[in-house]
Design a protein around this ligand. Structure first.
Ligand SMILES: *[C@@H]1O[C@H](CO)[C@@H](O)[C@H](O)[C@H]1NC(C)=O
Ligand SMILES: *[C@@H]1O[C@H](CO)[C@@H](O)[C@H](O)[C@H]1NC(C)=O
Length: 258
């Protein structure tokens, strides 16, 4: 298993180098990256318990949660192929709270320690994918990565983000079926998936979830308007510009609720 991991790492490094050299990520490459990521996830769909042993670091951290955040952020940085505005170039060293786009706050369950509570990489034009290690950021309340070139799928490990309140993945190149993992994020209130390449049906559970806002427009979802759509407590639901079957006044509704 370890050897396999090493082989994977080698292949990945080569692919990574190749992509760096080729500078821009073409659609073919984006599909290739998505394929590799799927392969990786199939090998270890969930985060392995011994993950931290694979990360040899000399750095010392104020608390173990910031060490886990370091591992997550550095794995993520390795999964970035292009960062034209150098947003992640200061993602070095143990002080993860000083990383650009990374925000720390006192932990909800222990205000004496700081933890990574938010990540905002909006409009960074970054190309890459989301590695499963992002699931180590268990204190994350906000994850905003709109207007980048992230591709591939949303890792299953997002179910570890128990405090995640706002998830904005809009205007990227995510593919595959609706990322059902978001339904299992208990605290999630704001879900923005618009302007991606998600496809297939929408799970009806989405509309039973206690969300405040759901943006799904401009994808390739094809679905019948779910019968339980009226159950959704969301004050805004936008479904426009998908492959809707069955006309409904709700299809492109933005309904303000009292
Ligand atoms: C780790 O720390 C030791 C002792 O401080 C040092 O000798 C070694 O060079 C460091 N390794 C790296 C990779 O920085
Ligand atoms: C980013 O860093 C590279 C290499 O250091 C530099 O050539 C480039 O001009 C930087 N881009 C921006 C937008 O700062």
């Amino acid at each position: 298993m370890k050897a396999l991991g090493c082989i994977f790492f080698l292949i990945f490094s080569l692919v990574f180098l190749f992509l760096r050299l080729s500078y821009a990520v073409t659609d073919t490459e984006a599909r290739f990256i998505a394929g590799r990521q799927l392969l990786h996830l199939r090998e270890g769909e969930d985060l392995p318990d011994d993950l931290e042993f694979h990360v040899d670091t000399n750095l010392t951290f104020p608390n173990p949660r910031l060490r886990r955040a370091y591992i997550a952020l550095h794995t993520w940085k390795e999964a970035i192929f292009s960062d034209p505005y150098n947003v992640t170039s200061n993602w070095e060293g143990a002080d993860v709270c000083s990383y650009k786009g990374v925000f720390c706050a006192p932990a909800l369950d222990d205000p004496s320690i700081d933890v990574v509570a938010g990540i905002d990489l909006n409009h960074a034009d970054i190309a890459g994918y989301l590695p499963p290690e992002i699931g180590l950021l268990t204190d994350l309340a906000l994850l905003h990565i709109n207007s980048n070139r992230f591709c591939g799928i949303v890792p299953k490990s997002f179910n570890k983000l128990e405090l995640l309140f706002e998830l904005d993945l809009s205007n990227n190149r995510f593919v595959g079926p609706f990322p059902t993992v978001v339904i299992s994020i208990p605290a999630l209130k704001y879900l923005d998936l618009r302007y991606n390449d998600f496809e297939g049906p929408l799970p009806s559970e989405l509309f039973d979830k206690d969300l405040d806002a759901i943006f799904l427009n401009n994808n390739r979802f094809h679905f019948h308007i779910p019968e339980n759509m009226g159950n959704s407590p969301a004050s805004i639901v936008v479904l426009a510009n998908n492959k809707l079957a069955g006309a409904s006044p709700a299809a492109s509704a933005r309904w303000p609720r009292p």
